[in-house]
Design a protein around this ligand. Structure first.
Ligand code: ADP
Ligand code: MG
Length: 620
């Protein structure tokens, strides 16, 4: 078209499109899920705006918030239309030509090597998956603030935008027309599309319709003129019999003809899963719901979930999930990024997915949603963020989240102490499935629990229960504070630990010599965050923590202590003088060593040697 304005794709987008168009990826179906997810997002946006401005939806068909799929077999066009928010010309240029999110180039890199496009939706570039099946795509869009435009591209590095003067007016929303490639003919089959919608879009909260065309046999009265032509219509099986059947004349004369009839057929059940009774939702449904929330369509099941209703002053329903894996960037720039994965709904209306007031930062790895009847609907997001009910919701969510995590451990047969084992022994199958789940959780999200102990004083003890670590007695496995306590020697008052870069190095530490000889258990803390952790975790179940490389280690009094102190008085004095006050605070006789003659100990309130090392590496 002459009037079309031409644009070049951002280089990154071009590269991505090249990869998609040349991809050998076999699961091309994913494009439909991406388009429906975009349509649903656009509908969520207009519905949200309509809360404060009723006019915005318009009247008649325009106000219907639905998604429509249509096929044109002759022209080989598949189109998906929504009455969502639509896109202005500027939106079209920005949203369908550039990549806003960071980290995309890493994704492009990864896709190029792995060829796995399944995670495309997580990277904010799902739209471009249309080029798995189409070689030419038109996006017709009408936003309330602008005219109707057509965006089009053949994925050849450029796209064009024109004011739409030839298509039917959309009223509002977006229609995406896919001109399917030769080999993508299967997407012109209604049955295929119906299957895909069922498979991928089960949890879309707007009705999805398909323009369904059926060939039906209809009985039509055979009028007299036509009955005289009967011989020329051998397809009618009754025509031959008629002469022989004497009753024939009594019956009204009819004939069967093939007719096509088309109608909108609803494909999904829009009852939201979180409104259903948890007892009636299957594990598989939860698992699928998780995948649709996370836009993660791998086979991995979530590690755990919690679906509950809170009643009382503040009413809400929530579903929380522990994902099977931590996203790569979970702990990168932890303190700078604001990103919660909890969606907020108010009375079934989607409000926001970036609502950081619902969960503390350390629980940002959880996925899920909250739907509250108590929060007001017709206020802005900013007003909502200050609503007093949020504090109550947050408190309950944290409680439920920690319960859910504790349950992973409780149900894991690898976790239980021998004495609890009898209680846990249930059906063998279930045990198998839960086996090793807590270690998996710990390896993925353990750091979050530690950050929680640092940040959340209220729940510190609950979180400390979830801690896992190795120790001199854990035999290469993970163990917990409760297990440590159950193994404590009689008369042992403190929980002993040592910090350092790795277990192998710590095992050789002279600080452990005597503790090992006397059969005391010592915890190994080898993560840099552990040093900070131990500044906040002072005690657990009335037991104090004692860093064995620090002053204050007490292993029970020895009767010879006083005697020794006396007889080495001159030597310790001489040492102290020789090392001078700049280097050491004191020189003491100690019972903490077995074979090593002497050791440097940090003062009780000073940094441990390991902390010094961490601080040094940070300032360098
Ligand atoms: P994401 O959905 O993760 O943002 P996509 O590549 O799927 O990434 O879509 C890019 C952007 O294009 C969307 O963020 C949205 O702004 C816009 N968009 C895509 N489809 C539609 C639609 N049907 N209606 C309105 N805007 C859309
Ligand atoms: Mg999308």
């Amino acid at each position: 078209r002459n009037s079309a304005e031409k644009f070049q794709f951002q280089a990154e987008v071009s590269r991505l499109m090249d990869i998609i168009i040349n991809s050998l990826y076999s699961n091309k179906d994913i494009f439909l899920r991406e388009l429906i997810s975009n349509a649903s997002d656009a509908l969520d946006k207009i519905r949200f705006l309509s809360l404060t401005d009723k006019e915005i939806l318009g009247e008649g068909d325009n106000s219907k918030l639905d998604i429509q799929i249509k096929l044109d077999k002759e022209k080989k066009i598949l189109s998906i239309r929504d009455r969502g928010i639509g896109m202005t010309k500027e939106d079209l240029i920005k949203n369908l030509g550039t990549i806003a999110k960071s980290g995309t180039s890493a994704f492009v890199e990864k896709m190029q090597t792995s060829g796995d496009l399944n995670l495309i939706g997580q990277f904010g570039v799902g739209f471009y998956s249309v080029y798995l099946v189409a070689d030419y795509v038109e996006v017709i869009s009408k936003h309330n603030d602008d005219k109707q435009y057509v965006w089009e591209s053949k994925a050849d590095g450029a796209f064009a935008i024109s004011e739409d003067t030839w298509n039917e007016p959309l009223g509002r929303g977006t229609e995406i027309k896919l001109h399917l490639r030769e080999e993508a003919g299967e997407y012109l089959e209604e049955s295929k599309l119906k299957d895909l919608v069922k498979k991928y879009s089960e949890f879309i909260n707007f009705p999805i319709y398909i323009w369904s065309t059926k060939e039906v046999d209809v009985e039509v009265p055979a009028d007299e003129d036509e009955s005289s032509d009967e011989d020329e219509q051998p397809e009618s099986p009754s025509s031959e019999e008629e002469g022989e059947d004497e009753d024939a004349e009594k019956k009204p004369k009819t004939k069967t003809v093939k007719e096509t009839s088309s109608e909108w057929e609803l494909l999904n059940d829009v009852k939201a899963i979180w409104l259903r009774n948890p007892k009636e939702v299957t594990e598989e449904e939860y698992s699928k719901f998780y995948h649709s929330l996370a836009k993660d369509f791998s086979e991995d099941k979530p590690l755990s979930w919690s679906h509950f209703t809170a009643e009382g002053d503040v009413e809400f329903k929530a579903v929380l999930f522990v994902p099977p894996k931590a996203p790569q960037d979970l702990y990168e720039s932890y303190y700078n990024t604001k990103k919660s994965n909890l969606k907020l709904y108010v009375r079934r209306v989607f409000i926001s997915e970036e609502f950081d007031e619902l969960l503390p930062k350390y629980l940002n790895f959880l996925m899920g949603l909250v739907d509250s009847d108590t929060l007001p609907l017709n206020v802005s997001r900013e007003m909502l963020q200050q609503h007093s009910s949020l504090k109550t919701i947050k408190k309950k969510l944290i409680r439920k989240a920690l319960d859910m995590i504790r349950r992973i451990a409780e149900e894991d047969p690898d976790e239980s102490n021998d004495k609890d084992k009898k209680e846990v022994e249930k059906s063998g199958d279930e045990d198998d499935e839960k086996k090793g789940q807590y270690t998996k959780f710990w390896n993925e999200f353990g750091k979050s629990i530690k950050l929680g102990i640092i940040e959340d004083a209220t729940n510190r003890n609950r979180l400390a229960k979830l801690l896992r670590f190795e120790s001199t007695k854990s035999d290469g496995k993970l163990t917990s504070l409760d297990q440590y306590i159950s193994r404590m020697k009689s008369g042992q008052k403190d929980i002993f630990y040592i910090t350092g870069t790795n277990k192998e190095q710590l095992e050789k530490s002279p600080f452990l010599e005597r503790l090992k000889k006397k059969n005391y258990e010592v915890i190994f803390f080898t993560d840099p965050v552990d040093e900070y952790l131990m500044q906040y975790l002072m005690d657990y179940e009335d037991k104090k923590f004692q860093n064995v490389s620090k002053e204050g280690l007490k292993l029970g009094k020895d009767s010879k202590d006083k005697e020794l102190k006396e007889s080495f008085k001159e030597l310790t004095k001489w040492w102290k003088g020789a090392l001078s006050a700049e280097n050491v605070d004191d020189v003491k006789i100690s019972n903490r060593l077995a074979d090593t003659p002497c050791v440097v100990v940090t003062s009780k309130y000073g940094w441990s040697a390991n902390m010094e090392r961490i601080m040094q590496s940070q300032t360098l």
